[in-house]
Design a protein around this ligand. Structure first.
Ligand SMILES: Cc1cc2nc3c(=O)[nH]c(=O)nc-3n(C[C@H](O)[C@H](O)[C@H](O)COP(=O)(O)OP(=O)(O)OC[C@H]3O[C@@H](n4cnc5c(N)ncnc54)[C@H](O)[C@@H]3O)c2cc1C
Length: 472
């Protein structure tokens, strides 16, 4: 009899776990799997729509090229020739400062200045911050006794203005969270290591860049990678590789109970028995599911905060396209008092997204500071975004179409206690045989990390139920 594995959550993490099991099944390993997904469609927050010749991403629009797991998966599922890079020759990003678009100076790596002259001449920073940047070069090595927030580390090196202008908006783009709440060790471990070893983040970044340049065979790869037909291509290709009879869309799992060396999974009026269980949902859902299995594990998972996000894509005509600034888009620091967090000029960032005579502007709202945006109607959200685009870009034109997507509780917040909690969760998980956890809750929120977590969960599970040795 083949061993049976339940996967709860049909986002990219769960689907990757299913794909890894399917590959083993096809190779003759006696395993079966069932993917439970509460929504009618699989793919989770990865949704791509075609609207009037434009490609609109509702959730993620790309992934970081330096994290290989997403592109590797794409190649495995036959999408190697569909991978596209961001148009990095046009990679300029603006920051709104006192209502004006100011270009991020050359030489900023994430938020670390590595070139002196562009910083000196940039109108973005005050004289005080520029003096701090110069002094940072001589920052002594520092080993923090315990974890701290990203804001604490950045402020120690560059002052509070850097947190407001760059750290906060950059992190809110990735996590929908604030630099003062997010853990350095969980979110930017490289920064903590660089500070401990070199003191100055600027010097450490330059050294790292020189090393990479010395070993790199090709010209530097694009910062972001996506797919010609959008991120959903990945979901569609995964689904085409899976056994359709193993997929249970529109099936909300209510409880999981460890029983007789396996798990009973209950959804609606149906219960089914499995040898192993992979939970690939956001942590709050995992917490509810595991309430009866282990109270402490459930509590720890339930305490991980999530933020919500709203994306709004507006399409404009050729006149607007020609009037918009070049570059990938802009960030809005909190001190500007706007609700918009950032906007992307999609037609510049990637090829294959909009016809030559159309502009696509994708705006982001929400995050930990503005959960109430979820209660606003689409008309209200559209008004907020159009009013702010008018103030920021002078963009008053009527959009040709607008698409709004609300994502409630989609982004895990890696707080200052995240790593400790993660270790506790891992040791509690190990006490429940045949349980694996995947998703954006633990070791990375981006699509590549979710893919890695899904694959690792499948491999761990096969070992746990005796189908592969743990070294596999
Ligand atoms: C707006 C937005 C933009 C983003 N942009 C990027 C980006 O550009 N690049 C990048 O790398 N990452 C980005 N991310 C992050 C990344 O997309 C996500 O972290 C990742 O896709 C999460 O995948 P997942 O499978 O872990 O979770 P999800 O996609 O959330 O899937 C989990 C699934 O579990 C299901 N589920 C929950 N509870 C149950 C239950 N009890 N029974 C059955 N099913 C259940 C849900 O319905 C859901 O479909 C973005 C995220 C958002 C929201």
């Amino acid at each position: 009899m083949p061993k049976r594995i339940a996967i709860i959550g049909g986002g990219i993490s769960g689907l990757t776990a299913a794909f890894a099991l399917e590959e083993k099944r096809r190779a003759g390993v006696p395993v079966e799997y069932v993917v439970y997904e509460a929504n009618p469609r699989l793919g989770g927050v990865i949704v791509t729509e075609r609207v009037e010749g434009c490609l609109v991403e509702a959730g993620p629009d790309s992934f970081l090229t330096e994290k290989p797991w997403a592109a590797d998966l794409c190649r495995e599922i036959g999408l190697g020739d569909q991978l596209i890079g961001s148009n990095d020759r046009q990679r300029k990003t603006y920051v709104i400062a006192k209502g004006k678009l100011i270009m991020m100076p050359d030489g900023l790596m994430f938020m670390v200045p590595t070139k002196i002259l562009p910083m000196v001449f940039s109108p973005l920073f005050s004289l005080r911050t520029k003096v701090r940047m110069a002094g940072e070069w001589f920052h002594p090595p520092h080993q923090a006794k315990s974890d701290e927030s990203v804001a604490e580390l950045v402020e120690r090196h560059y002052g509070a203005e850097m947190v407001d202008l760059l750290a906060d908006p950059l992190l809110s783009g990735v996590y929908g969270g604030e630099a003062s709440q997010l853990s350095v060790r969980a979110v930017l471990p490289r920064f903590a290591d660089m500070e401990a070893k070199h003191g100055s983040l600027g010097r450490a970044m330059l050294l790292a860049r020189k090393k990479t340049a010395a070993t790199a065979k090709d010209a530097s790869p694009p910062l972001f990678t996506s797919l010609k037909e959008g991120m959903q291509q990945m979901v569609d290709a995964l689904l085409a590789h899976l056994d359709a009879n193993s997929l249970r869309p529109s099936t909300l799992v209510q409880s999981v109970i460890p029983q007789e060396g396996g798990w009973t999974v209950s959804a609606g009026y149906q219960s089914d028995q499995f040898d192993g269980l992979i939970i690939a949902t956001p942590a709050p859902a995992a917490s509810v599911l595991l309430q009866m299995a282990n109270e402490n594990l459930s509590r720890d998972l339930g305490e991980i905060r999530y933020s919500s996000s709203v994306t709004i894509t507006l399409c404009y005509d050729d006149n607007v396209r020609r009037s918009l600034p070049p570059g990938f888009g802009f960030l809005v620091p909190r001190s500007e008092g706007r609700r918009m967090l950032a906007a992307t000029f999609v037609h510049n960032k990637f090829p294959y997204r909009a016809p030559e005579d159309r502009a696509l502007v994708r705006c982001f709202l929400g995050g930990t500071r503005d959960e109430q945006i979820l209660h606003s109607s689409h008309d209200e959200i559209l008004k907020i975004v159009r009013d702010e685009l008018k103030l920021i870009l002078g963009l008053a034109a009527e959009p040709l179409f607008a698409r709004i997507y609300k994502w409630k509780g989609a982004m895990a917040q890696y707080g200052v206690d995240h790593l400790e909690r993660g270790q506790r969760i891992e040791s509690l998980r190990k006490k429940l045989p045949g349980l694996a956890l995947a998703g954006n809750t633990f070791t990375g929120i981006g699509v590549p990390d979710c893919i890695r977590s899904g694959k690792e969960a499948a491999i761990k599970m096969l070992a746990a139920i005796g189908l592969e040795d743990s070294a596999a």
